[in-house]
Design a protein around this ligand. Structure first.
Ligand code: NI
Length: 155
């Protein structure tokens, strides 16, 4: 599973709208495997396909809450409620973190890698990650929504 290069803010591709997946084939499976590898290699909690240069509605998330990786194809948020305001970062915006308000709870529908639909409810940090990654599919970055941006400390 090779990891793929992550696009960084300023790259026009990150601002484009991704298209739905139509074929749940080996090419999709390879993309998902590579995205997982890339996310873990970068110590991220989520990754959307446009971040690796693919304009398709594909997301992987692992918020390290014990559930492992969740693959989401053509995801849609069905309902959301509450709000939470906290710091957020992005592998495509390596130099900054920002404070973003997101729903506290949401229910989403998506397809798995074999084309089976599922629905899931997410709360807290998981809900934040879902919102953040779905924004990527519409060309939106957290910096567009952040109330405050702070430069990360130099490593
Ligand atoms: Ni991101």
């Amino acid at each position: 599973m090779p990891s793929r290069n992550i696009r960084i803010i300023g790259d026009d591709l990150l601002r484009k709208k991704s298209r739905p997946v139509e074929n749940f084939d080996e090419k999709l499976h390879n993309l998902l495997d590579d995205m997982a590898e890339t996310m873990y290699a970068s110590d991220g909690v989520g990754l959307a396909a446009p971040q690796v240069g693919i304009l398709r509605r594909v997301v992987v998330i692992d918020v390290r809450e014990g559930e492992g990786i969740i693959e989401m194809i053509n995801p849609e948020i069905l309902s959301s409620s509450g709000s939470q305001t906290d710091a957020e970062g992005c592998l495509s915006v390596p130099e900054y973190i920002g404070v973003v308000t997101r729903p506290d709870t949401l229910t989403f529908r998506a397809f798995d890698r074999n084309g089976n639909a599922f629905t899931k409810t997410a709360t807290g940090f998981f809900a934040r990650a879902v919102c953040h990654e779905l924004d990527h599919l519409d060309g939106v970055l957290f910096v567009d929504k952040a109330e405050e941006l702070q430069k990360r400390e130099e490593a």
